[in-house]
Design a protein around this ligand. Structure first.
Ligand code: NDP
Length: 388
């Protein structure tokens, strides 16, 4: 079965100064050259941008987003991106660390009434300034906060991996449906031009049938909750290997039929007591297409490659926030860097406003979790596991 059937991407980018057609999914458009110049403008501070945002918000144009969990990704990427967004803005925060509040409040002009902790979080239901809750917590906490947000009447963006079990994914999807609220997963690469070009080349079979794919994503180190099975659900596969699973699905437009996997040797057994340090796995797709994948917490790697009957196409690096580079058997790809998170959040805000589907829904996140679980089962049993 093809994924993204409704959203099959047809040559979405012309070279340089292209228009990112969010309208592919039903509405509006965002001119990326404008976005890029905003991203790269040097002299404007976060505070000035927050002021600007507040003014635009008063004009009633933007949906309010509350970030839940003020860690590396919220602080380093999402909050700055919310200063660039045109359809949503950073309206609130949810944190268990009182010492973080002053800095966030001052930097982003967040009103006292829009600041929550994990205990009083449910009272967010009474706050009309918050339209969207963005869950940016350790993986095993995603389900609880997504469900609580839906029950509080908020639309939800949840970070990847959607949850640590398929059952949790089902509960999250049901909670949002029951509340009549939308749910999307933080799959930023669906809004990134090089990855979208890979989707086009693969799904439209520009170089014919794909015969082999390679996906590698690893980091040189990891720490904290990422090494705690209870909180992370697993090791690098859950955290960064998931990008390879996503990529195999969006480049081929197909679902894997079976997986096999082998855990790598632990070079630091004390550190990786609870989760794998590295893993290699294989995904079988219809038509004898094989995807060979690798992930690690002790080796940096970043590759997405497709070999088709009439040529090849690849990204290296493939999955970063910027600096992605692409090449095909005919030459280099040439697209501008974009603010992936700003585009991702704006697209969700537009989807909410216009009541249309998101291209990265909970169901997509659930399918990835299903595949992740099958890979872990294959790793533990040494058997080929069919995905049903
Ligand atoms: P961090 O460890 O940097 O931040 C997590 C935050 O969660 C903490 O700062 C804390 O915020 C809150 N938290 C609540 N309970 C706990 C707990 N028991 N242990 C640790 N933290 C807790 O993680 P990241 O920001 O890197 O990752 C958060 C989520 O975002 C993960 O699901 C990850 O997979 C995803 N992510 C996605 C990326 C992407 O590119 N899409 C990139 C990076 C991460 P506070 O102090 O405010 O309560």
């Amino acid at each position: 079965m093809r994924i993204n059937e409704k959203h099959t991407i047809k040559n979405p980018f012309s070279r340089r100064k292209f228009i990112f057609q969010v309208s592919r999914w039903g509405v509006g458009s965002i001119v990326l050259s404008t976005m890029t110049s905003l991203v790269s403008c040097g002299g404007t501070t976060s505070t000035e941008k927050a002021d600007e945002n507040k003014m635009k918000q008063k004009e009633g144009k933007k949906l309010g987003v509350a970030l839940v969990g003020l860690g590396g990704y919220s602080g380093g990427q999402l909050a700055p991106a919310l200063q660039e967004t045109e359809h949503c803005y950073l309206a609130g925060i949810v944190t268990g660390s009182p010492d973080k509040i002053d800095e966030w409040k001052n930097k982003y002009k967040i009103p006292e009434g829009n600041i929550y902790d994990y205990e009083n979080f449910d009272t967010i239901k009474d706050n009309p300034a918050i339209d969207i809750v963005y869950v940016v917590l350790p993986n095993s906490m995603h389900a609880e906060y997504t469900i609580r947000a839906a029950k509080a009447g908020k639309h939800v963006i949840c970070e990847k991996p959607m949850a640590v079990t398929v059952e949790d994914c089902d509960r999250m999807i049901s909670a949002c449906k029951d509340a009549g609220k939308m749910l999307s997963i933080g799959y930023r690469l669906h809004f990134e031009p090089y990855n979208r070009e890979m989707m086009r080349l693969g799904q439209e079979k520009v170089y014919g049938e794909i015969k082999k794919m390679v996906g590698e994503n690893g980091m040189g180190s990891a720490g904290g909750w990422r090494l705690d099975k209870e909180l992370a659900g697993g090791g690098p596969l859950m955290d960064v290997g998931i990008y390879c699973i996503q990529a195999m699905r969006y480049v081929t437009g197909m679902e894997p039929i079976a997986v096999s996997a082998k855990e790598g040797k632990k070079t630091q057994p004390d550190k990786y007591k609870e989760v794998e340090e590295s893993l290699i796995w294989q995904m079988e797709f219809p038509g004898n297409l094989i995807a060979e994948c690798k992930t690690s917490y002790s080796e940096g790697m970043n590759l997405l490659r497709a070999e088709a009957v009439n040529g090849w196409f690849e990204l290296s690096p493939a999955y970063g926030y910027g600096g992605i580079q692409g090449e095909t058997s005919e030459g280099k790809m040439d697209f501008e860097d974009v603010n992936q998170q700003a585009l991702q959040m704006d697209d969700f805000a537009i989807a909410v406003k216009e009541e249309r589907d998101t291209p990265v829904p909970g169901e997509m996140g659930k399918q990835d979790v299903k595949i992740l679980q099958a890979i872990y089962r294959a790793m533990q049993t040494g058997e080929r596991i069919e995905i049903t």
